[in-house]
Design a binder for this molecule. Structure first.
Ligand code: ADP
Ligand code: ZN
Ligand code: ZN
Length: 767
C-alpha cells in the first residue's frame, strides 16, 4: 500500500502541516506529488494537495485506520522541490501550508468541487475559459505603409511590438491592454495576419524573430565580469547569488540575456522577474527577440485562460524562459539554471496579502533547492542585498557583487543642484517653485526642450511642518515623526503608541518647537496646484501635462499622456511617483523634484532608502540624449544624506549614514522586522486581542538577545473601512526564524469572532 501526505485546503492556523492518507491501488498512478485530491476530513469532504508519497504507513497509526484518498481532482502541478519550497514559505511567512501551495497550482484552479449527480465523480471548479489560445499575430508586408489613426494608440503599440517578431495574441494582451481587439482591427485592414498554431518552432521562425535582436558587438568589461560571476554561481549549483550593481543604462538587461543563453545551452531554463509596471511590450520583446518561442509570459493582466496557456507551455517543457511579475517564481519549470530579479530593490516584490512573501527571499530558497544561480540587478540595490554581499554569505549560499559603473555609449550623468526651500521661504519665496527651478524652466522653454517635474505624493499632509526651518515634531522615545490627526487634534507616534493632544505638545498652532516660527502648517501640495502655478509661470505654447491618479484612471490614459508628451515640441510633464520609472525621452533636459523630502517623515525605517532610490531613478531621466541634463531637487532637508548623495553622485554618502542609523536602531539589514496587525470592528475587542498577542509574543521571546517587541500601538491607518487596526512590531536577528513563533502566538489566541490577525514577516508596509 502507498501513502500520501496531503495539505488540506482549509486555511486556518490551527491545522498545521499535511495529513496522511492511503492510496487505493486503482489511484496509485495518479496520486503523485503535486496532484490535487479529494479526501475526507472530520466527516466532510476536503480538497488537498499531495506534498509527499511513501511506502511506509504513517507512524503511530494502525494502517487499516488510515483513510483512503477518495478521488484525484487535478494532475500534478508541482514537484517535490517545489513542495519543499512551499513548506518553507509556510514556516517562514507564518501562513497555512495550503496558502503557500496555491501559487504553485495551475492558474484558475479553485477549491470548490461540484458534481453532476449523486453518482457522478466530483469535479474541481476552474475559472479558465476552455481551450488554449494558440493564435499568433505577425505583421504583413503592407504594415510599413499603414498609418493608424491618431487616436489608435493601441494599434500603434501592437504594431510596435510586432516589429520585434510574431507574438501570441495572449502575450500581447499581457503587456498592451485591449491588444486583442486592436489585433482584430488590424487584421481587418490587412496589416496583421493571425494564424493558429500550437507551436512556433523550427529554424526559420526563430531566425526571423531574432533578426530584431540588436546583439551588441562587444560586451563591456563590466558585463563580462558579471557574466563570469554568474557562470561561476551556476556551476556551484547551490543557490549562490550575484548582485549586478549597475547604473541605469549600464546594460544589465544584456547581461541577463547573455546569461540565459549560456544557461539554455547547458540545459537549464530561467525565471526572470521584473516589476509589474516595467513589464511592457518592450521588455518582453527584448527577451522574445532573443529566445523566440522559448519565452512564456506570466502576468496578472492576462486573463486566467491566457495565464493557463502560458503556464502549460512551461509545464510541458516547450517554454524554458519565463518572464513575469513576482508570481513567475512559481512557474512549473523543472530545470532551473538561473533566477533573475531585475530592479531587486523594488518594494513591489513583497506581496501584501497572504502568503506575504518577498520574491527575493523565495527566489534565494528556490535557487538553493534547484541548484541554480540567483541574479539580482539594480542601480540602487537594497541594503539587505548589499549587506549580504559584504558578508559574502547568507543562509549557506555565497553572495557577491559586481559593479557596472558606466554606460556603454559613455553618456554623462546630469548635474544635480539641491535647493534649500526653507532658505527660499526666508528670502520671501512663497511659490512651490524655487528661483533656481524657475530659471531652469525658463531655459528649457527658450531652448524648446522638455522638462519632467516630480511631485512626491506619499506622506502628503500627514505632518505639521515648520515652513521656516523644516522641523517636524518627533516622538522623544522613538525618533519617529509624529503624525498629525486633524480629527482628534493630536499628534501620534505609530511606533510606540503614545499620543499628544496638539495643545499639550509644544503647541504647533502657535509656534515651531525648534525655531519659534508661527508658519506651521499641514504639509503638502497637490499636482493640481503645481499645474496651475506652472501655467501662470510659462508662456503660451508650452504644453503642461499632468499625470497622477486622477488623470490616469481611464484605461490606456497613462500611455496617451506619454504619447502627448512625446509628440509635443516643448512640454512639461508634472506627475507623481508613476513618472519616475521607465521614462526614456532623449529631449528631457531638466528634471525637477518639487518636494524631495515628504517621504522622509513617514514613520517607516525605509523612508530614507525609498527617497534615495526615487531621486536616483528620477535623476536618471535627464540628459539621456545628446544634450546634457540638469536635475533640481527642492527640499527642506538639504543636509539629509539622501540629498547630498544624489547631488554628489556618490552613493556612499547615503549608505554610510543610513547603515549607521539602521545599526544603531537595530533595523534591517541588521535585524528582521515583522508586523502583526490585528483588525476588527469593535475597538474593545481589537485592543484586547492585540494586548493578548503582544503579551504572548513577549512571553515567548523572553530576554532572547537581539529580540525586541514594540507596541501594541494604533496603526498609522488606524481605521480602514470601519475596521480598527492595531499592531505589534517584532524585531529579531537577521538569521533568526520568526514565522513559526508568530504563527503559534496568533493560533494560541484561538478564534475570536470578528477579529483577524495578519502576520507580516519582513514587513515593508508598517502603516
Ligand atoms: P539597463 O538594463 O542596465 O538599464 P540596458 O540593458 O537597457 O541597461 O542597456 C542600455 C542600452 O545600452 C540599450 O540600448 C542596450 O542595447 C545598450 N547596450 C547594452 N550593452 C551594450 C554593449 N555591450 N555595447 C553597446 N550597447 C550596449
Ligand atoms: Zn514613540
Ligand atoms: Zn521652525
Amino acid at each position: 500500500m502507498r501513502y500520501a501526505s496531503v495539505a488540506l485546503d482549509i486555511p486556518t492556523r490551527a491545522l498545521e502541516g499535511a495529513f496522511d492518507y492511503a492510496v487505493p491501488p486503482e489511484l496509485e498512478g495518479d496520486v503523485v506529488v503535486g496532484s490535487t485530491v479529494l479526501v475526507s476530513f472530520s466527516h466532510r469532504m476536503a480538497v488537498g494537495y499531495v506534498t509527499a508519497t511513501s511506502d511506509a504507513p504513517p507512524d503511530g497509526v494502525a494502517p487499516e485506520r488510515v483513510l483512503p484518498v477518495s478521488q484525484v481532482l487535478a494532475p500534478a502541478a508541482f514537484d517535490e522541490g517545489a513542495a519543499r519550497v512551499a513548506e518553507w514559505m509556510a514556516r517562514e511567512y507564518a501562513c497555512p501550508l495550503c496558502e503557500a501551495i496555491r501559487p504553485f497550482l495551475a492558474p484558475g484552479q479553485k477549491v470548490r468541487v461540484t458534481r453532476a449527480s449523486e453518482d457522478a465523480p466530483w469535479e474541481l471548479q476552474t475559472e479558465r475559459a476552455g481551450a488554449v489560445d494558440a493564435r499568433w499575430a505577425a505583421l504583413t508586408p503592407t504594415a510599413d505603409d499603414y498609418v493608424p489613426a491618431r487616436s489608435a494608440s493601441r494599434q500603434r503599440a501592437v504594431i510596435e511590438a510586432l516589429r520585434e517578431g510574431p507574438q501570441r495574441v495572449a502575450e500581447l494582451s499581457a503587456t498592451i491592454p485591449g491588444a486583442s481587439s486592436a489585433v482584430a482591427a488590424l487584421e481587418r485592414r490587412g496589416v496583421v495576419a493571425v494564424t493558429r498554431r500550437r507551436e512556433l518552432r523550427g529554424r526559420d521562425e526563430t531566425t526571423l524573430s531574432s533578426a530584431a535582436a540588436p546583439r551588441p558587438r562587444r560586451l563591456t568589461d563590466g558585463q563580462l565580469t558579471a557574466l563570469a560571476a554568474i557562470d561561476e554561481a551556476r556551476a556551484a549549483a547551490r543557490g549562490d547569488a550575484v548582485l549586478v550593481d549597475g547604473v541605469t543604462g549600464s546594460g544589465k538587461t544584456e547581461v541577463y540575456l547573455a546569461a540565459i543563453e549560456r544557461s539554455l545551452a547547458a540545459g537549464g531554463g530561467a525565471l526572470v522577474l521584473v516589476p509589474e509596471i516595467s513589464l511592457t511590450a518592450q521588455t518582453v520583446g527584448r527577451f522574445r527577440s532573443r529566445f523566440g518561442d522559448e519565452v512564456a509570459v506570466l502576468h496578472s493582466r492576462l486573463s486566467t485562460g491566457e495565464r493557463f496557456d502560458q503556464w502549460d507551455l512551461v509545464r510541458s517543457g516547450r517554454a524554458r524562459v519565463v518572464v513575469g511579475a513576482r508570481s513567475a517564481l512559481f512557474a512549473p519549470l523543472s530545470e532551473v539554471g538561473l533566477i533573475i530579479i531585475d530592479e531587486e530593490h523594488e518594494s513591489s516584490y513583497k506581496q501584501d496579502k497572504a502568503p506575504r512573501y518577498h520574491a527575493r527571499e523565495v527566489a534565494a530558497r528556490l535557487a538553493r533547492e534547484r541548484g541554480a544561480a540567483l541574479v539580482l540587478g539594480s542601480a540602487t540595490p537594497s541594503l539587505e542585498s548589499l549587506e549580504r554581499c559584504r558578508a559574502g554569505r547568507f543562509r549557506g549560499a555565497r553572495w557577491s557583487r559586481v559593479e557596472m559603473p558606466e554606460r556603454p555609449a559613455g553618456a554623462v550623468l546630469p548635474r544635480v543642484t539641491v535647493v534649500d526651500m526653507a532658505e527660499q521661504f526666508r528670502g520671501g519665496g512663497r511659490s512651490v517653485f524655487s528661483a533656481p527651478l524657475v530659471d531652469a524652466l525658463r531655459g528649457v522653454v527658450e531652448r524648446r526642450e522638455k522638462a519632467v517635474l516630480l511631485l512626491n505624493r506619499r506622506g502628503f499632509a500627514s505632518f505639521l511642518m515648520c515652513r521656516e526651518c523644516g522641523c517636524v515634531p518627533e516622538c522623544p522615545h522613538c525618533s519617529t515623526a509624529l503624525t498629525y490627526h486633524e480629527r482628534g487634534h493630536m499628534l501620534a507616534c505609530h511606533t510606540c503608541g503614545r499620543t499628544w493632544p496638539v495643545r499639550a505638545f509644544p503647541d504647533p498652532s502657535t509656534a515651531c518647537p525648534n525655531c519659534g516660527s508661527r508658519y506651521l502648517a499641514a504639509y503638502g501640495v497637490g499636482t493640481q496646484r503645481v499645474e496651475d502655478e506652472l501655467s501662470a509661470l510659462l508662456p503660451e505654447g508650452v504644453e503642461v501635462i499632468r499625470m497622477d491618479a486622477d488623470t490616469t484612471r481611464a484605461k490606456g490614459a497613462h500611455q496617451r499622456l506619454l504619447e502627448r508628451f512625446d509628440a509635443a515640441e516643448c512640454a512639461v510633464l508634472v506627475g507623481t511617483q508613476m513618472i519616475a520609472k521607465g521614462l526614456d525621452f532623449p529631449e528631457v533636459t531638466l528634471v525637477g523634484v518639487i518636494n524631495a523630502d515628504t517621504m522622509l517623515k513617514l514613520p517607516d525605517f525605509r523612508a530614507a532608502e525609498r527617497t534615495y532610490d526615487l531621486l536616483e531613478q528620477v535623476a536618471g531621466r535627464a540628459g539621456r540624449g545628446g544634450r546634457p541634463g540638469e536635475v533640481i531637487v527642492q527640499t527642506y532637508w538639504s543636509t539629509h544624506p539622501a540629498m547630498r548623495a544624489v547631488a554628489a553622485h556618490d552613493r556612499s554618502v547615503f549608505l554610510d549614514a543610513e547603515l549607521a542609523e539602521r545599526a544603531e536602531a537595530s533595523y534591517p539589514p541588521f535585524s528582521r522586522v515583522s508586523n502583526v496587525v490585528v483588525q476588527g470592528r469593535s475597538e474593545r475587542d481589537v485592543r484586547a486581542a492585540c494586548d493578548a498577542l503582544a503579551a504572548a509574543v513577549r512571553e515567548r521571546v523572553g530576554g532572547a538577545a537581539g529580540w525586541e517587541v514594540l507596541g501594541p500601538a494604533d496603526c498609522v491607518r488606524a481605521r480602514v473601512k470601519d475596521r480598527v487596526r492595531r499592531h505589534v512590531l517584532v524585531k529579531c536577528p537577521p538569521e533568526a526564524e520568526v514565522g513559526n513563533l508568530l504563527a503559534s502566538c496568533a493560533a494560541g489566541l484561538g478564534r475570536r469572532a470578528g477579529i483577524t490577525i495578519a502576520v507580516d514577516v519582513d514587513a515593508y508596509d508598517l502603516m
